[in-house]
Design a protein around this ligand. Structure first.
Ligand code: DSN
Length: 452
């Protein structure tokens, strides 16, 4: 039997032993994991929710901290042996609060969806009304959509966009006055413009609702000062940690001064309500290794280099949108304020499904996305959502965005639809685009270290 001390007993030795053992003992799985790594290296990830974790973030997720089973919070666990992991969780909480200027942070949610589930199940009773951005207008499943718990256990009412594709704040106010929701949710999965959190809070206050800001997509821009922060405006702010925070797959709940406000009818503060909401109400054991990885990502996000990265993400998206527009592609809202570019491919006779598949066949990874009033099903869609997190993290700037736009235009312009999901693409054009993508990827390799 090999022991943990085979090399010298250190964490580093353990990690290397693990890779060696995986390769020797399970070549099938090892080769799949290696293939996925190579796929990421050789393709342009333009999925708006994608990002890259620094190797030090990945390393946190593969340490023996994962072996610890416990429940509860630092200093109040239900198992012995938690002194060290208590310090890990305290560090993650302190860093999250510092990073976002929050009064309260809960680092235990297993995902962004889980963070929303915790807030909603802690705050609401079955049947309570939730007002959120409609799924087909760019909202998230957890914002009151009927396909999710959020629109079945609760009564989901959806607001939408105006004719220019911007959030229709007048409709938000009108629906709030009519339906008197207990919770209003702002934030989106596919919305390229700034969100006016103050305006949402004013509407929430007018009707006596709580406000939840889900910043999963824009958390990095918020940290980098590129988007207004909702943390001291909304009652609750949630985010996933793997999108624009470049961290592990997990979630985070934050609160500003409302942390100390009383919770509805439960004799606790709102923060106390959430502590109970995460554990024991909604989740069991925390993932300590993931919490360690969050702590690492929060520290990296607090650096000037991260601020620079968020600037590049935003500049890249603006450049990508402008370049595609010059090629004749219709961009919803006419541009972007964040990292998201919504392309109306139906305006040029494609569907989102075809555009996604044709691009993927050349190594350009995007996702089809319903656009407001596009008339297509969620599997077909009339749009494509692009994002610049991963490209910017590879070091690509506005010049490379022109190349990405030209490549995408070359592929989509040559794509001939056969049905809503089938298409023909000239093999020569595909091969040419594939080579160009590979060459761009070689020039900007996947960084192991996020900040070089
Ligand atoms: N919410 C999904 C997305 O935006 O792609 C997954 O994170």
């Amino acid at each position: 039997m090999r022991t943990a001390s085979m090399r010298n007993g250190s964490l580093r030795a353990l990690a290397l032993d693990g890779v060696d053992r995986l390769e020797a003992g399970d070549p099938e799985l090892f080769s799949l994991l290696e293939r996925e790594y190579l796929r990421q290296q050789d393709t342009l990830a333009m999925i708006a929710s994608s990002s890259l974790a620094d190797v030090s973030v990945l390393a946190c997720e593969s340490t023996p901290a994962s072996n610890v089973t416990t429940e509860g919070y630092p200093g109040r666990r239900y198992h012995a042996g938690c002194a060290v992991i208590d310090d890990i969780e305290r560090l993650a909480i302190a860093r999250a609060k510092e990073l976002f200027g929050a009064d309260y942070a809960n680092v235990q949610p297993h995902s962004g969806t889980g963070a929303n589930q915790i807030v909603m199940t802690a705050l609401l009773r079955p049947g309570d009304t939730v007002l959120g951005l409609r799924l087909d207008a760019g909202g998230h499943l957890t914002h009151g959509a009927t396909a999710s718990f959020s629109g079945t256990y609760f009564t989901g009412i959806g607001y939408g966009l105006d004719e220019h594709g911007f959030i229709d704040y007048a409709e938000v106010a009108e629906l709030a006055r009519t339906h008197r929701p207990t919770l209003i949710i702002c934030g989106a999965s596919a919305y390229p413009r700034l969100i006016d959190f103050e305006r949402f809070r004013a509407i929430a206050d007018e009707v006596g609702a709580y406000l939840l800001a889900d910043i999963s997509h824009i958390a990095g821009l918020v940290v980098g000062g590129r988007h207004p922060s909702p943390v001291r405006v909304a009652h609750f702010t949630t985010t996933s940690t793997y999108k624009q925070l470049f961290g592990p797959r997990g979630g985070l709940i934050l609160m500003g001064p409302d942390a100390n406000a009383p919770s509805p009818g439960r004799g606790k503060t709102l923060a106390g309500m959430l502590q109970h909401g995460a554990f024991p109400y909604f989740q069991g054991t925390p993932r300590i290794n993931t919490i360690a990885a969050k702590a690492r990502a929060f520290a990296m996000a607090a650096t000037p280099q991260f601020r620079d990265l968020t600037g590049r993400i935003q500049d890249d998206a603006a450049a990508l949108a402008a370049a595609l527009q010059r090629c004749g592609w219709a961009i919803r809202t006419g541009g972007t304020d964040n990292h998201i570019v919504l392309v109306d491919v139906a305006a040029r006779g494609l569907t989102g499904a075809i555009a996604e598949r044709a691009a993927e066949s050349c190594g350009i990874v995007v996702n089809r996305n319903k656009l407001d009033r596009d008339g297509y099903s969620a599997l077909v869609t009339g749009g494509v959502r692009l994002g610049t997190n991963s490209l910017a993290a590879r070091g690509m700037g506005v010049r490379e965005m022109a190349e990405c736009a030209a490549l995408t235009d070359q592929v989509w312009s040559a794509t001939e639809p056969i049905s809503e999901t089938e298409y023909h693409l000239d093999p020569e054009i595909r091969s040419e685009a594939e080579q160009a993508v590979l060459s761009l990827c070689k020039r900007f390799p996947l960084p192991a270290e996020l900040f070089g």
